[in-house]
Each structure stands twice: as C-alpha cells, then as structure tokens.
Ligand binder design. Structure first.
Ligand SMILES: *Cc1c(COP(=O)(O)O)cnc(C)c1O
Length: 457
C-alpha cells in the first residue's frame, strides 16, 4: 500500500535545542537589528528557513568520516577521496576545492571575466552576478518567459531561452562571451529545474559557437530527480546516471557544497580546459590554499565525499521533493500565492500578489518576511527588489518578482515543524491588508540585502 504521510527517511541521532520566544520578544529583536533578518541572532529564531546553505544535518557516516580526516598540507588521502567522489558524478578533468561556491565563482570570473565581457545564465544567483559584475563583466538572465511568471505550471521553468541565447551570442559577439552558465536548479527563479532536453540544446549552441558551458550545479541532485519525475523517457533512470549525463554536456562547473553535497561548508570549481585550470589554480593559491585542500580542512573533504554518495539516494530525494511540496501545497490550499510548481529546496511566496497595496520600492517581500518572523519566529529571505533592485550605475529598479523564500535545510526539520510554519503563514495572510512597507535607512555598495537597515513606513 502507498500511504500519504511522508516519513523522514532517517531517525534523529543528535539534537539541537530550539529556544522559545514570544511575539513581544521578537518585535524587540527585529527592531534592534534595523529590520534585517540576516542580522538576527539565530538563537532568537524558531524555525530558520533563511537558507538551505550549509544548514543541513550531516549523517552519522559523515560525522564518522570527519574523524577520518587527514590534515596533511599536500596530497592528503582525504583530498583523493573527495576528488574521486566529485569525479564519480562530474567527470571533469580538473577539480579545484574552494571554501564555498562564491570562491569558485570569484576565481572563474577573475580568470575569464573583465570589462567588455558578457555572461549569460538562465538566472544568475546573487553571488554569481556580484562576482561577474565585480570583474567588470556584465551578467544577463535569459530564462524562458514561463520562468518569470510565478503562477505558470511549466515543468521546467529553469530552462534557458535558447532562441534568446543564440541571438545574444550573435549580438554581443562570440569573442566577448567567455562562458555560458546554467544554474541547476534555478535558485533565484524559484528553485525551478532545467530539463535534459534544454541542457542538450544549450550545449549544442555552445558547441556550435565553441563557447564553454559551465554549470552552477548547487542543486544537481534535486534537478536530476525532477528530470526523472517529469521528463518523458527518464522514469527508469538512476539519478546518478542522469547527473553524469548533465556533466557530459558541460565543460566545467562551479559548486557550493553547502547545498546538495550535504556539507556545512565547501565548494569547488571543476573544468576540462588545462590552461584555464592552471590559471585558476594559481588564483586559488592566492586566496584559498594549496590545490589539494583549497579552502577546506581534510575532515571537510571527507564529509563531502560521503555526502556526495548520500545525496543521490532515491529514498532521500523522494522525501526531499515531496516534503517541500507538502509545505507549498498547504500554503496554496490556504490561499497564499506561491511560485508553482513547487521548487526543490524552497517554497517561494509571491509577496507582490499577497501584498498588492505595497509598492515595489517599499519592499513587499521584506515586509512579509519581517511579519513571518514577528508572528511566528520564522526566518525567510526576501528575493526581490531589496536583493536585486540596486543597479551597478546606482539607480533603483523594481525586481521582476517580489518573493519571500522559505528554504528548507536538508534533513533538519520534521513534519510538525513544517505544520507550524503553515499555521503561521496562514495567520499572516489573515492580516496581509494591514501590513505596511519599509524604507532603507542605510545600505552598502553591493549585495545590500545582507547588511542594509530598514524602518517601517
Ligand atoms: C548558494 C549558491 C551559490 C553560492 O554558494 P556559496 O557556497 O553560498 O558561496 C551560487 N549559486 C547558487 C545557485 C547557489 O544556490
């Protein structure tokens, strides 16, 4: 028999306490930090859905592997285990370990970016865009039109618009495009997957113009699971096999091991090109470390090697994708607009639709995220005009979508935690028309969402 309750495919082995707070406490805490959820002490958060990055629970085998870590400066066996685990799924010739994903981005775009260069992606993640722009290059998002429409039910809303990509290449000139990126799953676009068919088409265009294709592969396993579930002809494949096919279509990747590799820290850059790899390794030595450990300890490399075997488990992925959908579908059923279909690692509430009375430049996503914290101690993350609205020329432009992301840490919260989140969201929905916008009191030059301070209007 099939039962409707999704059980977590693990038992709890070690616990971390949650410190209880009241609504009155939380109003004080959030005001004291200038209404920036990133500035809260995490002890003052009940359910922390700020990010799924590095916040997951490691397995007992990963903790055991930590004890096995070899901290030799060069040529550690922990490095070999890590490299083999990466190449088992992504058989790129060179693997360059970094302390997290953005370090891999910084190295790649320092090597290939710069003024006069243009870098297309389905949707650049915020650190990716910031690293492209910091190098002097320009970042462009070419996701399909369905991917910008929160209510559209397209099964692969992360797909690249291949017609737009080819036009972009011809307009900007092949010589000015050092790399084409594909983010799987498309985090900023709602955690939406990319189809194999689309990856094959993008790969073919890249080959036609001899452009390297790089994956921003943070959630490769979730993406591969969606391919297995949704793409015709893929239903009987092993997820690891789908991942290897995805890798075969690309020339390299940047990676945050804080996502699907089930690590609390880590990342890598991998690629086939020998010359570019040598430039990147030299940059790695400048800022991260020797090429056999990068920014990581031997014990981290060991934990990631184990995580990479656990993440492609079908039992895990089935639970992961279904449990995220459980939250999203419950919000939908309660009349809260969310990005559909429900993505892999997060549920994205459409704050523009829920708070139509708050203009974009008064940050409806921020207003909603603050209210979820005050009412229920839930910490989500605005993905909208606060995150993307400030342009490199200093102007402020409303983002295409105003979302609040509730990201689900891997193997961390139980169904009763999620049932509580659902109740809190429904309570906030009831008072939606009374919520007001915010103005920014001060902000830094780049990536303002991390440190800006706000006040209610
Ligand atoms: C998290 C993430 C990154 C950056 O990785 P960090 O480990 O946070 O530096 C890049 N791209 C995507 C799609 C991500 O989700």
């Amino acid at each position: 028999m099939e039962f409707k309750t999704i059980i977590e495919p693990f038992r709890i082995h070690s616990v971390a306490p949650i410190q209880m707070t009241t609504e009155a406490d939380r109003k004080r805490y959030i005001e004291a930090v200038g209404y920036n959820l990133f500035s809260l002490q995490s002890d003052n958060v009940l359910i922390d859905l700020l990010t799924d990055s590095g916040t997951g629970a490691m397995s007992r085998n990963q903790w055991a592997a930590i004890q096995h870590g070899d901290e030799s400066y060069a040529g550690s066996p922990s490095w070999e285990l890590f490299r083999n685990a990466v190449q088992n799924l992504f058989p790129f010739k060179h693997v360059i370990p970094t302390h997290q994903g953005r370090a891999a981005e910084k190295i790649l775009f320092t090597a290939v970016g710069g003024k006069g260069k243009f870098i297309p992606n389905n949707t650049h993640f915020d650190t990716t865009r910031a690293n492209v722009e910091y190098s002097g290059a320009e970042a462009f998002d070419l996701v399909i039109a369905e991917g910008r429409d929160a209510a559209n039910l397209h099964p692969f809303k992360g797909n690249m618009d291949v017609v737009a990509l080819e036009k972009f290449i011809l307009e900007k000139g092949v010589e000015n495009i050092p790399v084409v990126m594909m983010t799987i799953t498309n985090n900023s676009g709602g955690g939406q997957p990319v189809s194999l068919e689309n990856l094959r088409a993008v790969s073919a265009i890249c080959k036609k113009y001899q452009l390297p294709l790089f994956l921003d592969a943070c959630r490769f396993a979730e993406n591969a699971w969606f391919i297995r579930e949704r793409e015709p002809g893929q239903q009987d494949r092993d997820v690891a096999d789908i991942v290897r096919e995805i890798a075969s279509l690309a020339d390299g990747m940047t990676m945050s091991a804080k996502k699907d590799p089930l690590g609390n820290i880590g990342g890598w850059l991998a690629l086939n090109d020998d010359d570019l790899a040598s430039v990147c390794r030299n940059l790695l030595i400048l800022t991260e470390g020797f090429p056999t450990y990068g920014g990581l300890a031997g014990r981290d490399l060991e934990a990631l090697a184990v995580g990479l075997t656990e993440i492609v488990s079908h039992d895990y992925l089935k639970y992961r994708i279904q449990s995220t959908a459980y939250l999203g579908n419950a919000l939908l059923a309660g009349g809260i607009p969310v990005v559909q279909p429900i993505g892999g690692h997060a549920v994205y509430i459409d704050a523009k639709a829920l708070l139509p009375h708050i203009p974009a430049l008064e940050y409806p996503g921020q207003a909603l995220a603050i209210e979820l914290y005050k009412v229920g101690g839930i910490r989500g993350c605005e993905i909208g005009t606060v995150m993307f609205g400030r342009k490199p020329d200093g102007s402020e432009v409303p983002s295409a979508m105003e979302l609040v992301r509730l990201a689900i840490p891997r193997r961390t919260y139980t169904q009763s935690h999620i049932d509580y989140v659902i109740e809190v969201c429904l309570a906030v929905k009831e008072k939606a028309s009374k919520l007001r916008g915010y103005r920014i009191v001060q902000e830094p030059a780049a990536l303002r969402h991390f440190t800006a301070t706000f006040e209610p209007i």
